[in-house]
Design a protein around this ligand. Structure first.
Ligand code: NZQ
Ligand code: ZN
Length: 386
């Protein structure tokens, strides 16, 4: 077990009607920047409700709309300019992970004299941030309770996470009802993303910290149970609530405590999004089973067999057979049950940029569960072609 610091300053207000807690923003002042995406929050009535509560609490709102999935640094810069122009005291993101990440980057950038891209490239420069608040509208990234903001400069073909405890939201509203309207594709991609966060921490050589591993398995099992229900019955509260809480807990430090390892699929996926602007969870679903096959070896077989027995209830006694069956089950869940694209070709990606993408992500793969080189990354991308 590794030593760890677990720091969770975010107040989570979970369940139906918890948006009333937005009145608590007044503790941070009276001028808020409201950040949102392409309009889903208007169609669902969340926007009107939020504006009403904030106005009644005496908060003046400045708006930044149009945050893109895979949020761009250009949008973040626009938000920072608004913060300066309107002397903004807090930033509220209402939407999916992209919106919340943009809100976090704006909050950090507003307190920094240089260009916000410096903060993306060097987290140590984040020394202050405006208070951050979130209303999350889809279950996927867990951004509502973690320190990360993933920002893209598509011109540079760089998508990178800026991470700091200063970027942890003060308060996040998680109302599962808001996720009833999440389209099928995003529900499936979000479920794959939640599972991947749990996998990244679970597949660790550390095997003496039972509790964190069991938390991870619980998150994965929850996705396997409720992902398909949410697809079949989008307004099933039980399914949406369980996915939402799994999403928050997959990446708030709970499944990682004591297990600290470098991640594998996320660095490789961020290259796919940076080069091709694809949906994050889709890229992860394509990569994960191929990565699992690639890193299955004499040293890792026990861990994969453990995964098969504890998550998929496999009963075989031979570790290698159980490990392989568990990987097949994972692939079948993503591609047959969640109906996510199976190959890179299915999302329009060929091998033209594999070398460049692998070159970018290789440094982050050096301390992964199974350390990977640039050549390994190229091979995994290749294996995802068919
Ligand atoms: O823009 P709007 O109109 O809001 O529509 C969004 C968007 O088109 C829509 N949507 C969200 N909630 C909805 C809804 N549509 C109907 N009803 C609702 N209730 O869904 C689309 C995708 O939204 P987005 O925010 O992009 O999805 P997600 O939450 O998956 O966020 C993905 C981004 O987060 C990053 C990803 O890389 C990607 O950039 N990540 C952030 C992490 C973090 N902060 O910790 C960790 C993750 O690993 C991930 O990298
Ligand atoms: Zn993710």
């Amino acid at each position: 077990m590794n030593p760890f610091v677990y720091y969770a300053p975010t107040k989570i207000c979970f369940g139906k009607g918890q948006i009333s807690h937005l009145s608590e923003l007044k503790e941070s002042g009276s001028r808020a920047l409201l950040v949102y995406g392409g309009g889903s929050i208007k169609r669902q009535g969340i926007y009107d409700e939020a504006v009403r509560i904030l106005t009644e609490a005496g908060i003046t709102i400045t708006e930044l709309s149009g945050i893109e999935p895979n949020p761009r640094v250009e949008s973040v810069r626009r938000g920072i300019a608004l913060c300066r122009e309107h002397r903004i005291e807090m930033v509220l993101g209402i939407g999916g992970g992209s919106v919340i990440d943009a809100a976090k980057a704006i909050a950090g950038g507003a307190c920094y004299d240089g260009d916000v891209w410096d903060l993306v490239m060097d987290h140590s420069l984040i020394r202050a941030a405006l208070p951050i608040y979130a209303v999350v509208t889809m279950a996927a990234t867990g951004s509502e309770m973690n320190k990360n903001a993933v920002i893209s400069d598509l011109g540079l073909r760089v998508k990178k996470s800026m991470g700091s405890d200063l970027l942890k939201p003060r308060l996040s509203i998680c109302d599962p009802v808001y996720t009833f309207s999440v389209p099928e594709k995003q529900t499936a991609a979000g479920t794959a993303d939640i599972m991947s966060h749990a996998f990244e921490n679970y597949f660790s050589m550390i095997d003496d910290f039972d509790l964190s591993a069991r938390f991870g398995e619980a998150v994965i099992r929850c996705c396997i149970r409720y992902g398909p229900v949410a697809l079949r019955e989008p307004d099933n509260y039980e399914a949406r609530a369980n996915l939402m809480w799994a999403s928050t807990n997959a990446i708030n430090g709970i499944t990682k405590a004591g297990m600290e390892v470098g991640w594998s699929c996320h660095p490789m996926e961020h290259e796919l999004s940076a080069f091709y602007d694809i949906t994050h969870g889709v890229g992860l679903a394509i990569l994960t089973p191929r990565w699992m096959e690639y890193v299955l070896n004499d040293k890792t077989v026990r861990k994969f067999a453990d995964y098969g027995r504890k998550v998929w209830d496999l009963t075989g006694t031979e570790d290698l057979a159980v490990a392989k069956e568990a990987i097949d089950k994972t692939a079948s869940f993503f591609f047959d049950t969640l109906k996510l694209p199976r190959t890179l070709r299915d999302v329009g990606i060929g091998e033209e940029n594999f070398e460049a993408m692998a070159e970018h992500c290789a440094p982050r793969l050096a301390d992964a569960f199974v350390p990977l080189t640039k050549e390994d990354a190229v091979q995994i991308y290749r294996n995802c072609l068919s």
